[in-house]
Design a protein around this ligand. Structure first.
Ligand SMILES: [Zn+2]
Length: 497
């Protein structure tokens, strides 16, 4: 119903899209007026041929004043071809091409390939961010947080690969924390190796969600808030909350399943691992898709994208690998392999062969902390199996030369740990995984395109206190109130994601 009311803004947006000289205005326009959501009719045309009809009808209507113009088709781009900066800021969608013909709706492929003619695309057009991505095409769109101050921030690129056949929409998000680099490279490698002709469903990749933080090599937004503690967000809340809401409404709700990529935080590094709420059967199905990867049970801190998406009915896991500000090949290649295996397991991509033992290992976890301040050196490595009483590391006071040992209080495995550094007493130094009992893990349930996400999570009604204009020099601690499996409330702020 509210879609109808938004039609005038759609017309305005389309006008801007059609004028190349206004290319930069397009993203700012979206901030003034919420983008219209596609109508049900537009969401699921039965066949591509209907598309063509719709386009022709649209072309006829262009001469009239009817506000029924279809959403513009996204410009099809070959993702593996390098582009110039100017191309990246071009409007995400274009309707100004000479008379939309059947050819523009066809998959991009060399004309001489006969199989293209035979292979009728039966996929569905994907509509998001004010554009329509036809089946068997790839494109780059742009998301701009509504709250930004016009002309200052650039739009965040959103890569879309829509397959020739129907299937779920898998979303890959990275750098919600701007200093976490491994996920950016992981998304790049996955996205640029997808084949639209054989892909069933769609993959949406956002390599850098927190562009503000990324530009400053910071985990946080410019207001020092942690974006991943503000989902699903609130249009009347803090800056972080508004950005979260915009991303949730414009991108997240289009996903049937999500992998949110992270690394350890604050000079800690993580063994490649998934985190998910194992009480949710669809989340369990996702974790099984990654092959032999460590899986940590956790509901997710309140405000994380993962938790908000799961609450909105979209199965989501966090994939943690490596440390912030570091690009490491082992973490990236493990992550890429895991996601490709998942694409295979979800029936979206058969060319990626399955990876190793399909059964992941499930853990609960607890943190072991430094009891004294000083310089920490570790005696264990990521992934090490430890027994109760084993020496994990030492903390030495550089002034007094007093050395204290940290010994394991558990039998388990090192899933995350501090890199050698100066620590304060209480610093979470070792994240120890303790194998979870089988009965704790729900039976997996298929993730299909039918598992339509809830249209949008209800807006949070709790309004945050107004932000003081004090120069914001105080770092915001993670605001989380969830219960950890270990029951230690102190650990809530130590979640990496
Ligand atoms: Zn993170």
């Amino acid at each position: 119903m509210r879609h109808r009311a938004l039609r005038p803004s759609l017309l305005l947006a389309l006008y801007c899209l059609a004028a190349p000289s206004l290319a930069l205005d397009e993203s700012t326009q979206s901030d003034k007026a919420p983008k219209p959501e596609p109508s049900a009719q537009q969401t699921a045309p039965a066949e591509p041929s209907l598309d063509t009809n719709a386009l022709q009808e649209g072309a006829q209507r262009n001469t009239g004043d009817q506000p029924e113009k279809p959403i513009p088709k996204a410009k099809s781009v070959e993702l593996d071809k390098p582009v110039s900066e100017s191309e990246l800021v071009a409007p995400p969608a274009t309707d100004e091409e000479p008379a939309p013909t059947l050819e523009t709706a066809q998959p991009e492929a060399p004309a001489e390939t006969p199989t293209v003619e035979e292979q009728e695309p039966i996929g569905r057009p994907l509509q998001l961010l004010g554009a329509e991505v036809p089946p068997a095409t790839t494109t780059r769109l742009a998301w701009s947080p509504r709250q930004h101050f016009e002309g200052v921030y650039s739009a965040t690129p959103v890569l879309v690969v829509n397959g020739a056949e129907t299937g779920p929409t898998l979303c890959l998000f990275a750098a919600i924390h701007g200093d976490e680099l491994n996920g950016i490279e992981t998304v790049r490698r996955v996205m640029y190796n997808l084949d639209t002709e054989t892909l069933k469903g769609a993959v949406i990749g956002v390599p850098i969600v927190n562009l503000q933080g990324f530009h400053r090599s910071s985990r946080y937004l410019t207001d020092r808030r942690d974006l991943n503690r503000h989902f699903p967000g609130d249009n009347r809340g803090s800056s972080a909350s508004r950005i979260a809401r915009s991303f949730f409404d414009e991108v997240v709700v289009h996903c049937n399943a999500i992998v949110d990529l992270h690394t350890g935080s604050f000079y800690r590094t993580n063994l490649p691992q998934l985190r998910g709420d194992l009480k949710d059967p669809k989340v369990v199905k996702l974790t099984k898709g990654f092959g032999s990867t460590v899986v940590l049970h956790s509901d997710g801190a309140k405000g994380t994208l993962r938790r908000a998406a799961v609450e909105a009915g979209i199965p989501t896991v966090t994939l943690e690998a490596g440390a912030p500000m570091v690009l490491d090949e082992l973490s990236v290649s493990h992550s890429v392999k895991g996601i490709r295996t998942l694409l295979n397991q979800l029936g979206m991509m058969s060319k990626f062969s399955l990876w190793g033992d399909p059964e992941p290992v499930y853990y609960n976890s607890t943190w072991q902390r430094a009891t004294t301040g000083g310089i920490i050196f570790s005696n264990v490595k990521l992934g090490s199996t430890v027994r109760k009483g084993d020496l994990l590391g030492t903390v030495t006071n550089p002034i007094t030369n007093v050395r204290k040992e940290i010994r394991s209080q558990y039998n388990g495995r090192i899933l995350g740990m501090a890199m050698n550094q100066v620590v304060q007493p209480g610093f979470a130094a070792y994240h120890i995984g303790i194998q979870a009992p089988e009965e704790q893990i729900s039976a997996p349930q298929e993730v299909t395109v039918k598992a339509e996400p809830a249209p949008a999570a209800p807006e949070t009604t709790t309004s945050e206190p107004p932000q003081q204009d004090t120069g914001a020099t105080v770092e915001q601690p993670a605001q989380s109130t969830e219960t950890e499996p270990s029951g230690d409330p102190e650990e809530q702020s130590e979640e990496d994601e």
